[in-house]
Design a protein around this ligand. Structure first.
Ligand code: SAM
Length: 170
């Protein structure tokens, strides 16, 4: 099962940092790729700068219109929204399908069409918080923590320390 993330509604003037964090979180929490419906080359550049040297095959793609990306996706489409059904109620079905997943996170107001196009509208708690938090919790539940065992081929490896920093070069 491969997991992809679709970030919709990136606002050029204010979302550079949070969209970068969404990409980093997608990568670190086991997704293969993040799609953006809005092109902002500063985000791709920023992700490249941070992940350069840490390995793996994570990809960032500008995919154009979100509706096309969603319609063409073969697998389960999960839209994270505080208005959806609780994660605890929906997760089992989502996991058991065995299909690839497209996880959608919003920025500003999410168009109502997205709620219709998604197979599942899922809430991570029923209070407003952040797309980064919602994505991290969802991926962690989906992968049951095993995403942290994933190897990022060709990258530096952190040697965990109680204090200080130790990194082994590839
Ligand atoms: N007002 C927006 C709307 O129309 O849904 C929500 C904006 S919120 C700051 C940005 C994104 O964070 C949402 O689109 C959603 O993906 C995610 N999000 C925030 N709280 C959430 C929650 N409790 N459960 C799931 N996703 C959440």
């Amino acid at each position: 099962m491969n997991v992809y993330v679709l970030r919709i509604g990136h606002r050029f003037e204010r979302d550079k940092r949070i969209s970068t964090h969404l990409a980093l979180t997608s990568r670190a929490f086991g997704a293969e790729k993040i799609f953006f419906d809005v092109k902002d080359s500063r985000v791709a550049e920023s992700i490249g700068k941070i992940t350069g040297g840490w390995g793996g095959d994570f990809k960032v793609e500008y995919s154009g219109k979100y509706a096309k990306t969603i319609r063409e996706f073969e697998g389960d489409v999960i839209h994270l929204t505080m208005y959806g059904l609780p994660l605890d109620e929906t997760l089992k079905k989502i996991k058991n399908s065995g299909k690839d997943k497209l996880v959608i996170v919003g920025g500003g107001k999410v168009p109502s069409e997205v709620y219709e196009l998604a197979d599942y509208n899922v809430s991570v708690g029923s209070q407003p918080h952040s797309e980064v938090a919602a994505l991290a919790v969802f991926l962690d539940r989906l992968f049951e923590g095993k995403q942290f065992l994933k190897e990022f081929n060709g990258g530096k490896i952190i040697v965990p320390q109680a204090r200080g920093k130790k990194v082994s070069e590839p």
